[in-house]
Design a protein around this ligand. Structure first.
Ligand code: CP3
Length: 346
């Protein structure tokens, strides 16, 4: 099957499909017993990401179980800073910890080492394309520079990324150097992912929603626009999903300025505003992952609201953010069954 014939690719090209294709952000993860079993074989999370056999295995696990329409490469947004030589570690129970940003760290980074360092990811994508069902879209991804930089300022995650905002406002020069390095490295990385077998790409900007207007323009829109431009200079038809979380009021402008193909919506997006965005480009989302934890009627109602609210246009059914570890597997089955079994309301 040709890439453009796969269901998710058809929606990204602007087609409305019923039922809409479905996948989940963080679909390979700790809610799956088979993921936990595989993960136990490699305690170091970054080593796990670069281990070709283990990464291919956990990427395929949710496809085998649920037959999702898209498979997302198992990796993490921090492989890019890691490839540049930025100090990154993953601590159990705490998640990623990056050494706080300084000129000194930036001076010691080496963009030339990234290509060789990220080669295992290309091998993983090649293996995945060969092993996935022909109709399954293979998605590559990277973190948006702003979100990657947020963790490099604070060291770890904080609710409003106050340290990153203070850092970006008080020393924009240092911040800009880091963002520029991330733009270059991310664009090169995404181009290689397409060469290695990815059908389409997603750029995760989890912390876009904490910025003021000027900050959003400079640290979210502009870096994303430059990545899209660099990728399309080499791959003119590249399909790229943007996910600036928490930015519904800015999505129309974000899409127009960045040239992104489609946008991910988080669960807080009002449906009327979401439909306005969808008038111009395909959307992906946006079930609240906590409805998936709750299950039952709350889950059915959430699924129906997304289908009835956004199913009239090009839609890739997804969550509004990643699935959380405490989600029962049976609830994922319930969600997929309901999406695939829904009568077309339009
Ligand atoms: O979606 C997928 O299944 C593909 C794999 C994927 C992971 N992380 C695997 C992962 C993707 C696309 C990501 C993106 C990512 N990573 C983002 C952007 C999207 C988002 O969720 O906001 C961010 C901010 C990160 C950084 C990150 N990685 C954090 C904050 C954490 C710790 C929190 C947590 O969920 O544990 C991780 C670790 C991580 N990345 C895990 C997985 C499956 C869990 C680690 C484990 O198995 O111990």
């Amino acid at each position: 099957m040709r890439s453009e014939e796969r269901a998710v690719m058809r929606v990204l090209a602007g087609e409305r499909l019923w039922p809409p294709p479905v996948w989940m952000m963080r679909q390979a993860g700790r809610y799956l017993p088979e993921y936990r079993e595989t993960r136990a074989r490699q305690k170091d999370f970054l080593k796990f990401c670069y281990d070709v056999d283990l990464a291919v295995e956990v990427t395929l696990q949710p496809i085998r179980r649920f037959g999702f329409d898209a498979s997302i490469l198992f990796s993490d947004i921090f492989v890019v800073p890691d490839a540049l030589g930025y100090p990154v570690t993953f601590e159990e129970g705490r998640g990623p910890v990056l050494t706080p940003l300084s000129r000194e760290i930036l001076d010691h980074l080496d963009p030339d080492r990234a290509e060789a360092h990220l080669s295992p990811v290309m091998e993983i994508l090649g293996r995945l394309r060969a092993e996935l069902p022909a109709e399954t879209t293979l998605l590559g991804f990277c973190g948006a520079p702003w979100t990657v930089a947020c963790y490099s300022v604070a060291g770890h995650t904080t609710a409003e990324q106050t340290a990153a905002r203070i850092g970006a406002y008080s020393d924009p020069e240092t911040f800009q150097i880091w963002i520029d390095m991330l733009v270059e490295a991310s664009a090169a990385y995404l181009i290689r992912q397409l060469d290695a077998g990815a059908d389409a790409l997603q750029i995760f900007d989890t912390w876009a929603g904490v910025l003021d207007d000027a900050g959003f323009e400079r640290w979210c829109v502009e870096p994303t626009r430059r990545i899209v431009e660099k990728v399309r200079a080499v791959k003119p038809d590249a399909k790229i999903i943007g996910f600036p979380k928490g930015s519904i009021g800015r999505l129309k402008a974000f899409a127009a300025k960045t040239g992104i193909t489609a946008v991910g919506l988080d669960w807080t997006a009002p449906l009327d505003m979401a439909r306005e965005v969808q008038a111009n480009l395909p959307v992906q989302g946006n079930l609240d992952p906590m409805r998936l934890v709750a299950g039952g009627q709350a889950l059915d109602e959430g699924v129906d609201t997304v289908l009835n609210g956004l199913g009239g246009g090009p839609l890739v059914f997804n969550l509004g953010h990643g699935i959380v570890p405490q989600t029962p597997v049976a609830h994922v089955e319930q969600m997929v069954k309901r999406v695939r079994g829904a009568a077309d309301p339009f």
